[in-house]
Design a protein. Structure first.
Length: 487
């Protein structure tokens, strides 16, 4: 094929791949050399999807719709980049839209993968025809009309996914299971153009929603594939082995993250979004919670991307979080000691993992600290370990009317973790490291709040607390209080 480029122009060579995306991928990259010296071409499952797209190009009178549910780490983001490069290189004035479950996923993974493969194009004249930016990929001579756009989805701006009158339309969804149904509905308008293409990739994390329906009631409209991570070349086989060992072969976690199968539960998100949002900014008068024990939870991170967090809770009220990055243990000890003196908690719970040094020093200073091993046995067989049990109690607390500060971090922390069932059918919360592989941050605020539910706590100064609460009730004017709270 290299000789062919010498004999005919590059544009003529690329035009030959209009209905052959697999051939385009073999032609366009230096397989077996440079950064790809250990790669001979696409994986079998990737080649299957590319062939299906090519076959769809041969019947331009109808739209091509492909949905791929897969386990983790199979190389779907690379395939998305190849599809964009194929479409923009073989069609005149195409309109291409790519989106993902979150803006972060779209910018740092999906779109950056496109930049990587643009840089790997084998022929310099091919590379120089195209320009990549953080949100747009375009033909240099026709930037307004010959382009692909990275567009974070928003229910309020769903019109970005509506139909167009362009002849060549391609829509790509990454982590499609978490893209709102309204975006799916609006995108259907773009499929009225003959020959339009729509490819949706994702881990099948939800048993409801439009991505799931591609494999159900709308299956007649979609070409579907379910890819098991164990069959893909690029996956981390040792990580897969650990997941199966930790969660169980037939757990929902392994079904979704390894087998590419939909979970038995309706959603793998452990704490529902609406439950958290109802709690954000909620206000109680002190007389409504002063009788309850004061509890402090400390999640220790030390250094790195994570942060140390102090959470103070009394009854249904969680107070503002204190967050610290790159704080050494001894400095953190001083902060925690000061908070103990000011808050006067009835119990202080600290994560045993990274917090061992903090626990030891605080005990030396005479403070009563209870260490909590996240991986220890729970008090009930409903949960796999102590961490899952504590998060379960947070969920129950929110259902009972728990109040959270208006803090985006605690919101994201609480709705981020997914869950599955272990081999013994106990609830197992997703590990922090697995969340990070999905592009999420470590839920440090969430863990600090969960620590306040580690064990039952009794009020150490009940009579004083009871008298104080009574006094608050006697002076409580709800109308004045609502004004002061800005309600």
């Amino acid at each position: 094929m290299g000789q062919a480029v010498k004999d005919i122009s590059l544009s003529q060579a690329l035009a030959e791949f209009f209905s052959d995306p697999l051939g385009f991928v073999h032609f366009s990259f230096p397989w077996g050399s440079g950064q790809l010296k250990n790669e001979l071409g696409p994986d079998e499952w990737q080649a299957d999807i590319l062939k299906a797209l090519g076959d769809g190009s041969l019947t331009p009178q109808k739209a091509v719709q492909i949905a791929v549910a897969s386990g983790h780490g199979i190389g779907k983001t690379a395939l998305i980049a190849w599809i964009i490069l194929w479409f923009i290189s073989t069609r005149v004035n195409p309109q291409i839209v790519a989106t993902a479950n979150t803006k972060t996923q779209l910018e740092t993974k999906t779109w950056r993968e496109l930049a990587k493969w643009h840089g790997l194009l084998k022929y310099k004249q091919h590379h120089d025809l195209l320009e990549w930016t953080a949100t747009k990929f375009y033909m240099i001579d026709y930037p307004a009309t010959w382009c692909a756009n990275a567009i974070p989805w928003s229910k309020e701006k769903s019109e970005a996914f509506a139909g167009t009158h362009e002849e060549n339309v391609l829509v790509l969804f990454d982590e499609a299971s978490l893209i709102d149904d309204i975006i799916w509905e609006v995108t259907e308008g773009a499929m009225t153009t003959p020959g339009a293409m729509w490819v949706a990739f994702g881990n099948p994390t939800r048993n409801t929603g439009r991505f799931r329906e591609c494999f159900g009631k709308f299956k007649h409209r979609w070409l579907t594939r379910q890819i098991d991570s164990r069959t893909a070349k690029k996956t981390n086989k040792e990580q897969i082995r650990q997941w199966i060992e930790d969660y169980g072969e037939d757990s929902d976690f392994v079904r979704v993250r390894v087998k590419g199968q939909f979970p038995r539960a309706s959603s793998m998100q452990f704490i529902p979004t609406d439950l958290v949002e109802d709690a954000l900014g909620k206000v109680y008068h002190p007389s409504e919670y002063m009788y309850a024990p004061k509890i402090m939870g400390v999640d220790v991170a030390r250094f790195g991307d994570d942060q140390s967090v102090i959470c103070k809770r009394q009854g249904l009220v969680c107070f503002e979080f204190m967050k610290f990055r790159e704080l050494d243990n001894m400095t953190l000890v001083g902060v925690v000691a000061q908070q103990i003196q000011e808050f006067k908690p009835d119990a202080v719970f600290i994560d045993q993992g990274a917090g061992t040094g903090v626990i030891d020093r605080l005990r030396q200073l005479g403070y009563e600290i209870q260490e909590v091993p996240f991986g220890s046995k729970p008090s009930t067989r409903k949960y796999f370990n102590k961490r899952a049990e504590m998060w379960g109690k947070v969920k129950d607390w929110l259902k009972q009317g728990g109040a959270l500060p208006a803090d985006d971090e605690i919101r994201n922390d609480l709705i981020g973790p997914e869950y599955g069932f272990s081999a013994s059918d106990s609830i197992q919360l997703e590990k922090k490291e697995d969340m990070k592989k999905r592009g999420l941050s470590s839920p440090d605020c969430g863990d600090a709040l969960a620590l306040t539910f580690a064990h039952p706590v009794h009020v150490s100064r009940f009579e004083d607390r009871h008298i104080e609460a009574k006094a608050q009730q006697q002076t409580y004017d709800p109308f004045t209080y609502m004004t002061e709270a800005g309600l």
